[in-house]
Design a binder for this molecule. Structure first.
Ligand SMILES: NC(=O)c1ccc[n+]([C@@H]2O[C@H](COP(=O)([O-])OP(=O)(O)OC[C@H]3O[C@@H](n4cnc5c(N)ncnc54)[C@H](O)[C@@H]3O)[C@@H](O)[C@H]2O)c1
Length: 380
C-alpha cells in the first residue's frame, strides 16, 4: 500500500467539494484506493487548502479529513504532498499552478485552465519544462451517455455521421425573487471574475468534439448577454458583464458539422440538461448525461408535412434506450484514478494542460468570432 499526499485547493466551492473531494478522492479512499498492476493499492491522502480557516475546518470535520490549512506554502513545501489540484475560480488558477510547479508538484486542475489562450499555453509549457505530470479535467468524456454513444459509434451504428446538434442549458434564476434562489455562483456572470458561457462551456465542447467527431477546424459564434442584471449571494444587484448564451457552429476535419447552443436562459423541454443529437446515414442517437437513445434507419418513421392535422406519429416512439451493461462510475473519479496512475506508474494520460489549453483557444476564438462577426480558423 502506498500513500500519496494531494493538496486540494479551492475545495470549499461547488466543484471542489462535490465532485473532487466527495465523489472522487473520498470515494477512492472508501473503495480502498486505486489498484495498481502489481496488486498494490495507492491511497490518496488529501490536505484541504484555501483562504478561510473556518470553512476548511468545517469541511474537513464533515467529511472526516484530517489535514487542512490556509498556509499553502507550507503544504507545498511538504514532500509528502506529491500532487497539487486546483478547483478555485478561474482567474486564480495560473498563479496557483505556477507556485505548485515551482515547488516540484505534479499538477491537475479544473477547466478552464486560464481565460486567455496565451496564458493557458504558457502554463502548459512551464509544466512540461519542469518535467512534472500535468492534467486538466475533461469529465464529460466519461459520462455514461457519452460512453454509450462511443459504443454505438465503434460498432458502426451510425454509418457516416453527418451532423451533430448539442443543446445545453437551463434556467438559472436571477436571484430577483426570494422564493427562487440562484443555483450558480454569481462570478459566472461577471467577465472580470472569469465568468461567461463561452469560456465555461466551449472548453468542454472542444474536447467533446475533438474526441468524438473530429478535430475542430473553424468556428462561428454569436454570443449574448440576455439578462443584464442579476443578484449575488448577498442579494445585491450586479451588472452581468459576461455572455450568458452562445450559439455556435464548429467545423471539423472529418467533415462533420457540430452546432452547440449553450444558454442559462432557457427552460428545459428535452430529455436532459445536455442533449447531443447525432445523425448518421444508418442511424441517429440522442446522447444525454446518463442515457442514450438510438433510432436505426430500419425503424425510422416517414413523416409527411401537414400542419392541418395533429401529428399521426409519436416522434418519441421508435427510439431505443441503450441499456446499462456496466456500472458507470462518477466521471470525475474515473479521470482522477487515471491521473493517479499516471503519477504513480507513468500510465498514459492524454488530458494534459496542453489539451486543456485547446479548450481555452476555442473559447477565445469563439469570442473573437462574435466580436468580428465572422468565421475563425482554429490553428493546430
Ligand atoms: N468540469 C466541470 O464540469 C465544471 C463545472 C463547474 C465549474 N467548473 C470549474 O471549476 C472552478 C470552480 O467553479 P465552482 O462552480 O466550483 O465555483 P465556486 O465559486 O463554487 O468555487 C470556487 C472556490 O474557489 C475558492 N477561491 C476563490 N478564490 C480563491 C483564492 N484566491 N484562494 C483559494 N480559494 C479561492 C472559493 O472560495 C470557492 O471555494 C471554475 O474554474 C469552473 O470553471 C468546472
Amino acid at each position: 500500500m502506498k500513500h500519496i499526499g494531494i493538496i486540494l485547493n479551492g475545495v470549499s466551492g461547488r466543484m471542489g467539494t462535490n465532485q473532487h473531494l466527495v465523489r472522487s478522492i473520498l470515494a477512492i479512499r472508501e473503495q480502498g484506493g486505486v489498484l495498481l498492476p502489481d496488486g498494490s493499492r495507492l491511497i490518496p491522502e488529501p490536505i484541504l487548502t484555501g483562504r478561510n480557516a473556518n470553512k476548511l475546518a468545517e469541511l474537513a470535520k464533515k467529511h472526516g479529513v484530517e489535514r487542512f490549512t490556509t498556509d499553502l506554502d507550507a503544504a507545498l513545501a511538504d514532500p509528502y504532498n506529491e500532487i497539487f489540484f486546483d478547483a478555485s475560480s478561474t482567474p486564480h488558477r495560473i498563479p496557483f499552478l505556477e507556485r505548485a510547479i515551482a515547488a516540484g508538484k505534479h499538477v491537475y486542475c479544473e477547466k478552464p485552465t486560464a481565460t486567455e489562450y496565451a496564458e493557458a499555453l504558457r502554463i502548459a509549457e512551464v509544466a512540461e519544462k519542469a518535467g512534472v505530470k500535468n492534467g486538466t479535467v475533461q469529465d464529460k468524456l466519461w459520462l455514461p451517455g457519452i460512453r454509450k454513444f462511443q459504443l454505438l459509434k465503434e460498432q458502426g451504428f451510425f454509418g457516416k455521421i453527418l451532423s451533430v446538434r448539442g443543446e445545453f442549458g437551463y434556467w438559472v434564476f436571477t436571484g430577483e425573487h426570494e422564493g427562487q434562489p440562484i443555483q450558480r455562483p454569481s462570478w459566472n456572470y461577471r467577465a472580470e471574475d472569469g465568468g461567461g458561457m463561452i469560456i465555461d462551456m466551449h472548453c468542454h465542447w472542444r474536447y467533446v468534439i475533438d474526441n468524438l467527431f473530429g478535430n475542430v477546424t473553424r468556428v462561428f459564434c454569436k454570443a449574448a448577454t440576455h439578462i443584464p442584471q442579476r443578484f449575488d449571494e448577498a442579494g445585491k444587484p450586479y451588472a452581468c458583464t459576461a455572455d450568458d448564451s452562445a450559439y455556435a457552429i464548429f467545423e471539423t476535419d472529418t467533415g462533420v458539422t457540430c452546432q452547440f447552443n449553450s444558454s442559462w436562459n432557457v427552460r428545459v423541454r428535452r430529455d436532459d440538461l445536455l442533449t447531443i443529437q447525432v445523425d448518421g446515414t444508418e442511424g441517429s442517437a440522442i446522447v444525454g448525461l446518463r442515457k442514450c437513445w438510438a433510432q436505426h434507419q430500419s425503424v425510422t418513421p416517414r413523416p409527411i408535412w401537414n400542419p392541418d392535422i395533429d401529428s399521426p406519429i409519436d416522434y418519441y416512439a421508435n427510439w431505443t434506450e441503450v441499456p446499462d451493461q456496466l456500472h458507470f462510475d462518477n466521471a470525475f473519479k474515473i479521470q482522477w484514478e487515471m491521473f493517479l496512475k499516471h503519477v504513480a506508474i507513468d500510465a498514459p494520460f492524454k488530458w494534459t494542460l496542453r489539451e486543456g489549453a485547446k479548450g481555452v483557444q476555442l473559447a477565445e476564438l469563439s469570442i473573437q468570432s462574435h466580436e468580428q462577426g465572422r468565421w475563425m480558423d482554429v490553428p493546430h
